[in-house]
Design a binder for this molecule. Structure first.
Ligand code: ADP
Length: 319
């Protein structure tokens, strides 16, 4: 089912004799990533089901937690959550209920909530020594000049927190431009994020796909000429890329700092080393599998095989 390139499988030592009941929590079974995970799981012999988490319901006061789907109680050994950014609240409630039932979830509900809040995850990352662009955040401040100075002046980037795929990311080349972009954005949202512009990244960012403690695949996304945003939706192109040991370590540590076992970590290269832009808890498989030829879906399933034993939630409160 995979596109352009033949896939090679990363050898890992799972136990092929352990067959499990695996639930893929996804709103749409036609999505490439969902289809690939289903295929990979079935081809490893697991009983696999795609479940629309918005259609799950639960009695949250029962002393024996359970989850219902169309009148049936769901019974899995492991779940793979693919929670959309706009569905975090209900999606993570469903994952949390599975955790309380002792079901292993590849990414835990806490980590998903944490990483889907861009600001919260940057605050968590900033406590570590993982590199990030200098970033400022303010609530409808009148002190625009102070905010600009806080990130080292123009050129700078202004971002809408709720933006995705590069929409709502604006480069202001001069202080004057920065002042007017910030005042314009303030009409749209009271929360303003501004960031040092890393010009030496030259419109290139790197998506590192982390599973467990390893980067299993990495691709470089390159912006078209005249554009600084490398998002594919902004006309960017993708290729496999070799990472330096520092880049690998940065990606793995960023995922780990947020508690994610499967993550897409976006980094840019700067004069002071790799800088983390964002960490995604449901990274897409299509672009990375096509660009690198790595069978990422199979690697995720093998990771689940090696790690899914009941009650492996690290969070003791389980809530
Ligand atoms: P989104 O979440 O909408 O994709 P990003 O923060 O990832 O927004 O920004 C989109 C793109 O813009 C990035 O992939 C990168 O190429 C570029 N970019 C973002 N922030 C910076 C920055 N501080 N310096 C240089 N380029 C940046």
């Amino acid at each position: 089912m995979l596109g352009r390139q033949p896939l090679f499988i990363i050898p890992v030592h799972g136990d092929p004799n352990v067959f499990m009941k695996i639930g893929i929590l996804s709103r749409n079974r036609e999505l490439y990533s969902t289809r690939r995970l289903l295929e990979a799981s079935e081809s490893r012999g697991h009983e696999t089901r795609v479940v629309d988490y918005l259609r799950c319901y639960m009695n949250i006061t029962s002393t024996r937690p359970s989850i219902q789907f169309a009148g049936e109680a769901l019974d899995f050994d492991a779940v793979i959550p693919r929670i959309g950014a706009s569905r975090t609240f209900y999606g993570t409630a469903v994952v949390r209920q599975f955790e309380m039932m002792g079901v292993y979830s590849v990414n835990e509900s806490q980590s998903i909530s944490r990483s889907q809040d861009k600001l919260r995850s940057m605050q968590v990352l900033s406590r570590t020594d993982i590199g990030m662009p200098t970033t400022g955040f303010a609530h409808s401040t009148r002190d625009i000049d102070g905010l600009i100075d806080a990130v080292g002046g123009a050129p700078l980037i202004v971002k809408l927190l709720e933006g995705t795929q590069g929409v709502g990311v604006v480069l202001a080349e001069t202080k004057k431009a920065a002042q007017s972009v910030i005042s314009a954005f303030r009409q749209l949202t009271p929360n303003i994020l501004i960031q040092e512009f890393i010009k030496e990244s030259r419109g290139v960012d790197i998506r590192c796909f982390v599973i467990g403690r390893r980067v299993v695949a990495a691709m470089e996304r390159r912006a078209p000429p005249g554009e600084f945003r490398s998002n594919i939706h902004q006309g960017g192109s993708a290729h496999a890329v070799e990472l330096s040991p520092t880049e690998r370590r940065t990606a793995v540590r960023a995922a780990g700092a947020l508690g994610l076992r499967v993550a897409g970590v976006d980094i840019i290269r700067s004069e002071r080393g790799p800088l983390v832009l964002e960490v995604n808890s449901s990274p897409g498989l299509e672009g990375i599998e096509a660009a690198t030829g790595v069978d990422v879906a199979d690697t995720i399933i093998r990771y689940v095989e090696r790690n899914a034993s009941p009650n492996r939630t690290r969070d003791r409160v389980k809530g």
